[in-house]
Each structure stands twice: as structure tokens, then as C-alpha cells.
Design a protein around this ligand. Sequence first.
Ligand code: NAP
Length: 285
Amino acid sequence: MAQIIDGKAVSASVKEEVAKEAAALKDSKGLNVGLAVVIVGNDSASRVYVNNKKKACEAVGFQSFEYALPEETTQEQLLELVNTLNNDCKVNGILVQLPLPKHIDEKAVIDAISPDKDVDAFHPVNVGKIMIGDYSFLPCTPAGVMRLIESTGVDITGKQCVVIGRSNIVGKPQAMLLLQKNGTVTICHSKTKNLKEICLGADILVVAIGRAKFVTGDMIKPGAVVIDVGMDRDENGKLCGDVDFASAEQVAGYITPVPGGVGPMTIAMLMKNTLTAAKQQAGIQ
Ligand code: NAP
């Protein structure tokens, strides 16, 4: 039976580290850390995420600036706000909650965020830095996954790592981070053949596809570390992951639950990136 990786506990320890460092920097250097969160429209899931980010800011002692814009906001208006925030010294990090309404070009908005304040690490400059291993910010979800793997004590070096999913925000950066830790990485996607065989070879399996309970116990190598990034709904509308937890926990060595696994880590890593941004902008190492 697998050991459960407790994302709530690991994320609490990351937030505690961030809160301590932020408090020390406030005392010693007068540094006040600020995160601007921009949301456009009325998507209820996005509202929940934004509120959680606001609460996390309060918990670690950051200022949060929320900009809730109506659905009909134009791309020009949004770009103008981003530009204002880029030039606002109280704002160290800028997060534009995705998805944006269809009439707004997400890429244009991401590209407009100053790379120094891009705490989601979605800007092409930061994406490029991740490729060459010279980064300031790591994308929050993949970075959170790395902390969870670290918490198991399993050394990634030389391990067969399989990432299912190749999105720009999870799968691709996840594969790069595992590679940087000396894993032998395979990336799978919807056109991959023999997915089950590939998964059965994985010492570390990260699943980010967006399909409820897709990966079952018979696809998992006994003792593997299984990280479930998915946030899906099951047939009863209950939150679940991309991994069928009930069958997978019989086989895996370590496994993340959903909820309570990767989800809490994403926000904790966002707080860490915002602190890093504030330190860099203040010239603090
Ligand atoms: P995405 O952009 O939709 O990408 C999904 C990926 O899965 C694609 O690369 C797709 O392949 C692949 N895929 C789909 N069906 C597949 C199949 N049958 N076999 C193999 N690969 C398949 O999704 P995402 O943004 O990466 O998110 C993935 C999941 O993680 C979602 O459930 C999302 O809600 C969740 N998520 C959670 C957090 C968190 O904080 N916990 C953060 C971000 C995302 P193709 O490229 O070939 O289409």
C-alpha cells in the first residue's frame, strides 16, 4: 500500500519558510512584498483560485492587490492595466488568472507582463530560462511537484521519469525540471502508442492530462512515485484526479491524493516566486 504524499503539509512548510523570510526582510530592509492578481469575467472556478491566492498572500504577510474586471473588458484595457502594474513599485508580482474571455489574446497579455514580475513563469523569457537551467522563477505547478517528489526522499538521478501531458504550463516544464535533476525523461501525450507499457517502466510518474481516473493501478510499476496533477470531476461530480487512486495506491510506493496533493503546492510556490521577485527587484540575493 502506497504512502500518501501530504501536499497540505508540504505546502504549509513552504509557506512558513516564505512567511519567515518575508518577515525578516521587512524588519531588516523594510521590504514589503506585493502581488497583483487580475481576473477578467465571472468564471466561478477562477474566482475560487483568486480568493485562495489572496488568502495565501495574507497568510505569508504579503500585500495583495486584486483587479476584478468585467467580462467585456477589451484587450487594450487589460494591456494598459498590465503596463501600469509593470511600472508600479508596490507590485512585485503580476498574475493574470487564466483562462481569459475568448475575445482577449492570452499570449499578448502574457507577453506584456514584465519578465521580472512574471511570477507564473509563463513569459517566453522565463520559459527560455527554464530550458537552459538559468531561472529566477519556476512555473508553480511543476515546481510544486518537484517539492512533493523531494519530500519522499526518492532521488531522481538515473530514474525513469514519465510525464503524461505536454502542455506549456505543466507537462513540458515538468519534463525539463525532472531532466535537470538527472532523471531519464519520457513525455507522453494523446498520440503516444503503448502508453501502458511506457507507464509500467516509470519509477516516477507525473500525470497531467485532465481526464478523470485515466491512469489505473495496472499501469503502475510496483513501488513507483505517482504524482497526480489532474483536477477533474468524477461521475458524481466529486473532485478527483487523473489517476484512479483506489487501484493506484495498491501498487505505488508513494502517491498524491486529489484533493490535498499538487493543488495546495501551486499556490505555495506562487508565494515563493513572489518573494523571489521582490528580492530581485530590491537587489537582495
Ligand atoms: P491541457 O493543456 O489540456 O493538456 C493536456 C495534455 O494531456 C495534452 O498534452 C494532451 O495531449 C494530453 N492528453 C490528453 N488525453 C490524453 C490521453 N488519452 N493519453 C495521453 N495524453 C493525453 O491540460 P493542463 O493544463 O496541462 O492540465 C492537465 C490537468 O492538470 C487538468 O486536469 C488541470 O485541471 C490540472 N491542473 C492542475 C493544477 C493544480 O494546481 N493542481 C494546475 C494546472 C493544471 P495532446 O498534447 O496530444 O493533446
